[in-house]
Design a protein around this ligand. Structure first.
Ligand SMILES: [Zn+2]
Length: 618
């Protein structure tokens, strides 16, 4: 129809017969497009409940009791100093990492160290003052008999250290220094050998050590350069030293999992294996008019930018890099926290137009909110965001009812499963409001890593009350080094990639990093491309599918037994495929109940299709 106006404006132009025909066809085509986007046509669509296929959980298979009774499940022992905050934090971080890996662990304070370590798969020390150890001899005996001993923080230069340091592969030690960055000289994080991070977000207090050649160094600090993680044989076992202080942070869990899996022999652990991509604030009302930055670069107004540039680019990313989008809806950008909760005039059109395409691409529509005011009642929590807190739960409920009927008008009968809190912030009242207003919502996706605001809901994967928590790791159109590090660590520890972007990242100076569209699109393309290239085995999922998987994963108990030359896996309460990562220098022989593929040097991805499966190692 724009074309028609253009033609009419040029009155001096002599319009030939064929031009009339073209204009006529454009007009008819335009009418056709409009009609297909009306409610009338949409109501004739029958959308499949997205979680239908996943909710039909196959029966849960139990491993027979007599088989389970035979399994010797060796726990990890974590020793911590209850008087030191950092020690408790490292202990908690390692314990959670082991929980995800379905490993049993026991935690003891220094005062209660057991008299011998023989029954433990690994002993992990999370404090620096190793003089407090009752006996160095005890750890030496354990390791020389085949034990694995892991210093998860660099030790202090005390008496015990000087008794022990040669056995740790150290031939010379200077003092302490602060080192920034990391360089991986191994694939301790899979497919990341050679990764260099110079930035300060990785910082450690380290010991300036020189190592003997027999020590195997997995990573070094970047500036100054010193060994950061190594292991060394002692008798039949091994010592491992993390010569730093950063394993208390959640971001580094991949490094913890990697360290354990190289320290143990032929180590195999389960991962959740999910690849998720969220479109926050989409579909949502689109600002009208012009934005200086977009106009200067592309000579387009904002709605045209979204329709002709951003959205086609995002659609192409999905096809190229195997992504299923979870798009979370905003109905209005007003800041009302009291009724009435009305729709903006264009809101419905955008929802129908873009929402349909999201669904057609195999994606999911979830709820972000009636508006972008986080569901919290405490004004202090949202003051810095420029938001208004809600006076009560009832108003939250009625705003959520509004967005539900907004979505329902566009997609009648659509089953809503996912909620993403605006600015990742929500409080208990907010969570209760969701249960009341939107009882079909099963999963809440806030964030996995602390964002430094104290406002965001920081989550772990798993059930929480009546919801599944399904946090996101990374965000934005930029493939920053922090994104790179977070992604690698998330995939190495639990096999999860979960990224979110906003269509308006470009309008936001902070989120666009002042970059233009050319730079931002290049950034996002290289992020998705790199993940697809390095981790092609990740399974792309919608949030609802992932939440269902998390529920099943949580219920299963997993045991790995070494028998002759075989790894035998038992998945108790088995309800479907589970993925594993196996580290071994051996060759893979016969396999049963699973499929094995090599994904890096000495690293294999195993898909177990049965409750009992076997991998022969040669
Ligand atoms: Zn948002």
């Amino acid at each position: 129809l724009v074309e028609w106006d253009e033609v009419m404006k040029k009155e001096h132009f002599r319009i030939g017969k064929s031009i009339y025909m073209i204009v006529f066809f454009i007009f008819i085509f335009g009418v056709f497009l409009e009609v297909t986007q009306t409610d009338f046509i949409l109501k004739t669509y029958r959308y499949q409940t997205p979680s239908n296929e996943l909710k039909t959980i196959t029966k849960t298979i139990k491993i027979p009791e007599d088989v389970l009774a035979e399994i010797e499940d060796q726990p990890f022992l974590i020793i911590y100093d209850s008087a030191v905050k950092e020690s408790i934090e490292i202990k908690d971080n390692i314990k959670q990492t082991l929980n995800y890996m379905k490993q049993k662990s026991e935690e003891v304070q220094i005062e209660s160290i057991p008299p011998n370590f023989e029954s433990y798969q690994m002993v992990i020390v999370t404090f620096e003052d190793i003089d407090q150890f009752p006996s160095i001899g005890q750890m030496e005996t354990y390791v020389s008999n085949g034990g694995k001993f892991f210093f998860a923080i660099r030790p202090d230069l005390d008496g015990a250290f000087y008794k022990l340091y040669r056995k740790l592969g150290i031939f010379d030690v200077g003092g302490f220094t602060t080192a920034t960055g990391i360089e991986l000289n191994s694939n301790i994080l899979m497919n990341q050998k050679g990764l260099i991070i110079e930035e300060k977000f990785i910082e450690n207090s380290i010991l300036t050590v020189s190592l003997e050649n027999r020590a195997k160094v997995y990573a070094e600090s970047y500036q100054p350069k010193y060994p950061l993680i190594w292991d060394v044989e002692y008798g039949k076992g091994k010592f491992m030293v993390f010569n730093g202080t950063m394993l208390l942070a959640k971001d580094n869990r991949g490094l913890i999992a990697g360290a354990m899996s190289v320290l143990l022999d032929d180590y195999m652990y389960p991962v959740m294996n999910m690849k998720l991509a969220y479109l926050d604030d989409f579909p949502a009302p689109i600002p009208q008019g012009y934005n200086e930055k977009i106009y200067n670069e592309l000579k387009l107004d904002i709605p045209t930018f979204y329709r002709n540039i951003w959205w086609p680019f995002i659609q192409k990313q999905s096809a190229k890099y195997n992504l299923k989008y979870t798009a979370v809806v905003i109905e209005s950008y007003n800041d009302r926290v009291t009724p009435p909760f009305n729709s903006e005039s264009d809101s419905n059109n955008y929802l129908i137009k873009y929402g349909r395409e999201v669904l057609k691409m195999g994606g999911e529509i979830g709820v972000h909110g009636y508006n972008h005011q986080s569901l919290v009642t405490d004004q202090n929590r949202v003051e810095h965001l420029g938001y208004r807190s809600w006076p009560n739960k009832e108003n939250m409920v009625s705003s959520l009812n509004s967005v539900e009927s907004h979505i329902n008008q566009a997609f009648p009968g659509y089953h809503l499963a996912t909620y993403v809190p605006p600015s990742n912030a929500i409080d208990l009242e907010g969570i209760e409001a969701i249960s009341i207003a939107l009882p079909t919502i099963t999963n809440i996706s806030a964030i996995y890593l602390p964002d430094g605001t104290q406002t965001a809901l920081e989550q772990e994967f798993g059930s929480k009350g009546s919801f599944i928590y399904l946090p996101r790791f990374t965000s934005g159109h930029e493939y920053s080094v922090t994104n790179k590090w977070t992604i690698a660590n998330g995939i190495n520890s639990i096999g999860v990639f979960s990224h979110f972007i906003h269509p308006d990242d470009i309008l936001d100076g902070n989120r666009s990093g002042e970059g233009d569209w050319a730079g931002m699109s290049k950034g996002l393309n290289s992020l998705f491309k790199d993940v697809q290239k390095k981790y092609p085995w990740l399974i792309s999922m919608k949030a609802s599918e992932a939440a269902d998987f998390v529920k099943r994963f949580e219920k299963s108990d997993i045991y790995i037994v070494d028998k002759a030359n075989k790894k035998i896996g038992y998945i108790d309460h088995f309800s479907g495929e589970v993925s594993f990562i196996l580290r071994t220098d051996k060759k893979i022989g016969k396999v049963q109940g699973c499929k094995v593929e090599k994904i890096d040097n000495g690293i294999f991805h195993i898909r177990a299709f049965k409750e009992t499966f076997e991998v022969e190692l040669r």
